[in-house]
Design a protein around this ligand. Structure first.
Ligand SMILES: *[C@@H]1O[C@H](CO)[C@@H](O)[C@H](O)[C@H]1NC(C)=O
Ligand SMILES: *[C@@H]1O[C@H](CO)[C@@H](O)[C@H](O)[C@H]1NC(C)=O
Ligand SMILES: *[C@@H]1O[C@H](CO)[C@@H](O)[C@H](O)[C@H]1NC(C)=O
Ligand SMILES: *[C@@H]1O[C@H](CO)[C@@H](O)[C@H](O)[C@H]1NC(C)=O
Ligand SMILES: *[C@@H]1O[C@H](CO)[C@@H](O)[C@H](O)[C@H]1NC(C)=O
Ligand SMILES: *[C@@H]1O[C@H](CO)[C@@H](O)[C@H](O)[C@H]1NC(C)=O
Length: 463
């Protein structure tokens, strides 16, 4: 194989993706089994994405602290405007325009204007193959997509000599906005039925000061957006759609990424609306409409006894509808580290199967072994969460680790009613410590008071 860009990265992506691919196959098989047992037992949780390998090829360079600047108009007077058609892109929906995009990127990236705009004009459909767009660039970059961008259609037409594991990757970029009124069509349909769904639509890796704004993106073969090892990310007013039954099509996945704002967007898909992986801090999610799908998740964390730290996460002013989960924290048995400082507030649930759930026994197969360590879950606030739940599951479920119970869960202003009929399910708690600040509907009487002995003094649980 020949990699024209940065080969160490390409290689690590290749191996990581190969692993993911194997995992995805495994996941694909277990998913169906799991779904059946899910229906009969009524308690377990559907899986959402394959376990992540111990991934990062290297530690990200510590980028300067920056604030995202989503202002879309600051480039209008700059002369750094590069239309992909001037580099030979055709945009007829058939021609492979990859080379033109690479040339436009390289030119814009090297340009010394403070802001450089790559224009993808309205009325054209550009087909591009798997590409890694690499920085650092001289100035800030705007990739302004007003037309349609898409990969070759399905596995058959995917060129044999390009990576099947990634589609568009943005790597080592400081200061970029992906924006416009256009569409990114992942053309995932032909990949969904394969046991291996190798590529994610858009991945930002080791980058900072990123804005994604205004676009629509649909039908990714797998995750729609993935941010890993990034800093200062602002996602604003985007729309993501994929069918409810499309596998592993998470909307936005973040991992090892700090200072994230995800606002005013609409996501319906076949997996998590937003998933927050290990190493994320300072994440603010506001005014989202999620569903159908699997809700907003922290996790899964602690797979293969890994250490995970997640803190300072806020999810507020949002609607979650027709979803398997509402707001979920999921950890595998084993693992270390902690999830702490999470607030879920002002969330409307509409026919959600598990509106509020902590699952510290997350397992994709039936026979995960019991372990004594766990990623600690503490300082979690649920406030003003109202709406309806699907009565197949209890509206609140706190299933915490025997050896490391959940601590300091706070519930107030919860009002969850059955979506149909009048059977009210009791909340479920196991080793869950916390308090009710106001009465909830249905009442929760299963939380334990105070704090358990001897969890917090163990050093490995501090992040
Ligand atoms: C793939 O093969 C085609 C035709 O053989 C060639 O034009 C293209 O540059 C190759 N791409 C890569 C990434 O090697
Ligand atoms: C962040 O990126 C924007 C363009 O997207 C740029 O205008 C701004 O200067 C950048 N800020 C920093 C601190 O790099
Ligand atoms: C919330 O997001 C929607 C788009 O989903 C937008 O139309 C609406 O104006 C936003 N509300 C606020 C208060 O920003
Ligand atoms: C939590 O994150 C918010 C941004 O989402 C930030 O403003 C705040 O300072 C953070 N708090 C702590 C204690 O880190
Ligand atoms: C794990 O523990 C549970 C509850 O104590 C028990 O029912 C189950 O059989 C155990 N699983 C294994 C694989 O040991
Ligand atoms: C409980 O959690 C809340 C919210 O994160 C926090 O403000 C409070 O200090 C915690 N209480 C204790 C006793 O740790």
């Amino acid at each position: 194989m020949k990699y024209s860009h940065i080969s160490p990265l390409a290689f690590s992506i290749f191996f990581v993706s190969l692993f993911l691919c194997i995992q995805a196959r495994h996941h694909h098989i277990t998913k169906h089994k799991h779904t059946r047992s899910h229906i009969s037992s009524g308690i377990s949780v559907p899986p959402s994405f394959p376990p992540e390998p111990a991934d990062p090829p290297s530690e990200p360079a510590d980028p300067p602290a920056v604030a995202p600047s989503p202002s879309p108009d600051n480039y209008d007077n700059a002369n750094g405007v590069f239309d992909v058609r001037t580099f030979g892109a055709i945009g007829d929906g058939l021609t492979d325009d990859t080379e033109a995009f690479k040339m436009a990127w390289d030119t814009a990236c090297q340009s010394e204007s403070p802001v450089n705009v790559i224009r993808v004009p309205r009325g054209f459909s550009f087909v591009i193959q798997s590409t890694i767009f690499t920085g650092p660039c001289q100035g800030a970059l705007v990739l302004k997509v007003d037309g349609t961008l898409m990969p070759p259609d399905g596995p058959e037409s995917w060129p044999k000599n390009t990576s099947r594991h990634q589609w568009l990757v943005f790597y080592r970029i400081n200061g970029m906005s992906l924006e416009g009124g256009g569409l990114i069509d992942g053309r995932g349909e032909k990949w969904w039925d394969l046991p291996c769904k190798p590529h994610k639509a858009i991945r930002f890796f080791m980058s900072s000061n990123l804005t994604v704004q205004g676009l629509s993106i649909k039908n990714s073969p797998q995750f729609h957006f993935r941010f890993d090892a990034c800093k200062s990310v602002h996602v604003e007013s985007i729309s993501i759609t994929a069918p409810a039954l499309s596998p592993n099509t998470d909307g936005i996945h973040i991992e090892n990424t700090n200072d994230v704002k995800i606002y005013n967007s609409v996501i319906s898909n076949g997996d998590d609306c937003i998933s927050i992986g290990s190493g994320c801090h300072e994440v603010d999610i506001k005014n989202m409409t999620c569903g159908p799908g699997h809700g907003i998740s922290i996790g899964s964390l602690g797979n293969h006894n890994s250490r995970a730290c997640v803190s300072n996460i806020t999810v507020r002013d949002s609607v979650i509808k027709m979803s398997d989960n509402g707001v979920r924290i999921k950890t595998w048995q084993g693992g270390s580290g902690a999830v702490s400082g999470v607030t879920f507030s002002n969330i409307h649930m509409d026919s959600v199967r598990n509106p509020i759930i902590i699952d510290q026994f997350y397992c994709l197969t039936k026979d995960c072994s019991n372990k004594t360590s766990a990623v600690l879950v503490s300082d979690i606030v649920y406030t003003n969460i109202k709406g309806t739940y699907d009565v197949r599951s209890p509206p609140m479920r706190f299933a915490c680790s025997d050896s490391f119970p959940c601590t300091n869960l706070t519930l107030s202003d919860i009002e969850l009613l059955p979506a149909k009929g009048d059977i009210v399910r009791d909340p479920f708690c196991w080793k869950a410590y916390g308090d009710l600040q106001k009465l909830t509907i249905p009442p929760v009487s299963c939380l334990l008071e105070g704090t358990p002995q001897s969890t917090s003094d163990n050093n490995i649980y501090h992040c």
